[in-house]
Design a protein around this ligand. Structure first.
Ligand code: KIV
Ligand code: ZN
Length: 385
């Protein structure tokens, strides 16, 4: 099966989430956990951004042994020098160069024409080659770049010896078919395209980052970029746990897999949430508190009979102990009775019926009826009778 390389950018694009600021110790803690999760590549930071980030990238470069450590750089010499310094001591260093290619960015941000963009990118790759044998080049805002210019810049990056060419949908603008089409175009129109790995990097502004990334995989992407819990600029980046589990769950569809240690997903999610302060919404796919929780009576009854009725993945796969049956106003008698047994209450049928009615009264007043609520209710009932 085709391997999809995972490029984790929690410590760079993820740290660009408004309000997030990780110190070196926190970044190192996350880096060690990402290594356990088995990410192939981790972008540790943007060394030219601040002396603190340079120091953090260097600490990670020296500590991490089993993942490629990457530093981000604009296409300018000063930045490349900063990445060179930051990646000293790395087992497998890689520089990530980028330059915007879309007309909007060329005109308003860079104030460059196409020829200048091409020249600047080429010079940066050549300069970086003095120090790095592994170079990734990103065409920032590739999603809004003219297709012929996309082919031209990618062809240049291939000829200049980049190892990976990344096609970011920087502003989360594209629809899956459009994004997948970019990969199809590059695969068919760029000479020697097989010499590089093509990478997908999506943002979630319209909620399509995961779908777009999967469309890229369908159309030949070798690497995907994303963050744990999908954190990142604005609405965030592709959540790597979503890609890993989509490929795992729908193997017959994608015919591709990651080599992530899936059972480390839940732990990694919790660590990133705690250290960044970014709370994971309850309904977040894969790692939200409700992702393996069931409240309605019909679903709980199905789950108690056969888990695959309402679960397409097992919680154990991502390192959780078990699914949760949450007792609330939609819950039914089947789950209620199971809970009584679990809590050690053996009741006659009519007692169960009375207790169930009282439970429903309580559930109307509370979002979730906890084990403690139930014990209090049942003990009170037993004392009363
Ligand atoms: O979204 C983006 O375009 C980026 C680049 C720096 C790769 O994060
Ligand atoms: Zn990005």
């Amino acid at each position: 099966m085709r391997k999809i390389h995972i490029f984790d950018t929690t410590l760079r694009d993820g740290e660009q989430s408004p309000g997030v600021n990780l110190n070196t110790r926190e970044k190192l803690e996350i880096a060690y956990q990402l290594e356990k999760l088995g990410v192939d590549r981790m972008e540790a930071g943007f060394p030219a951004a601040s002396p603190g980030d340079l120091a953090a990238v260097n600490a990670i470069a020296r500590a991490v042994k089993n993942s490629t450590v990457i530093g981000l750089s604009r296409s300018r010499e000063q930045d490349i020098e900063a990445v060179r310094e930051a990646l000293q001591g790395a087992q497998d260093p890689c520089i990530h160069l980028f330059l915007a290619t879309s007309p909007i960015h060329r005109q308003h941000k860079l104030r460059m024409d196409k020829a200048q963009v091409l020249d600047t990118a080429r010079s940066a790759i050549r300069y970086a080659k003095r120090y790095f044998s592994k170079i990734e080049f990103s065409l920032e805002d590739a999603g809004r770049t003219e297709h012929d210019f996309l082919v031209e810049v990618t062809s240049m990056a291939v000829q200049e010896g980049a190892a990976v060419v990344n096609i970011p949908d920087t502003v989360g603008y594209l629809y899956p078919e459009e994004y997948g089409n970019l990969f199809r175009i590059l695969k068919t129109q760029v000479p020697d395209i097989e010499k590089v790995q093509l990478s997908a990097h999506c943002h979630n502004d319209l909620g399509m980052a995961t779908a777009n990334t999967l469309a890229a995989i369908m159309n030949g992407a070798d690497q995907i970029e994303g963050t744990v819990n999908g954190i990142g600029e604005r609405a965030g980046n592709t959540a790597i746990e979503e890609i890993a589990m989509a490929l795992e769950t729908r193997q017959e569809l994608f015919g591709a897999k990651t080599t992530l240690e899936l059972s480390e997903i839940a732990r990694t999610s919790r660590l990133v949430s705690r250290l960044t302060g970014m709370v994971v919404p309850g309904n977040k796919a894969i790692v939200g508190a409700n992702a393996f929780a069931h409240e309605s009576g019909i679903h709980q009854d199905g789950m108690l009979k056969e888990k695959t009725t309402y679960e397409i993945m097992t919680p154990e796969t991502i390192g959780l102990k078990e699914s949760k049956l949450v007792l609330g106003k939609h819950s039914g008698r089947h789950a209620f009775r199971e809970k009584l047994v679990e809590l050690g209450f053996i009741l006659e049928e009519d007692e169960v019926n009375r207790a169930f009615a009282q439970f429903k009264d309580l559930a109307d007043k509370k979002k979730e009826v906890t084990d403690d609520d139930l014990i209090a209710l049942l003990e009170e009932k037993l004392v009363d009778s």
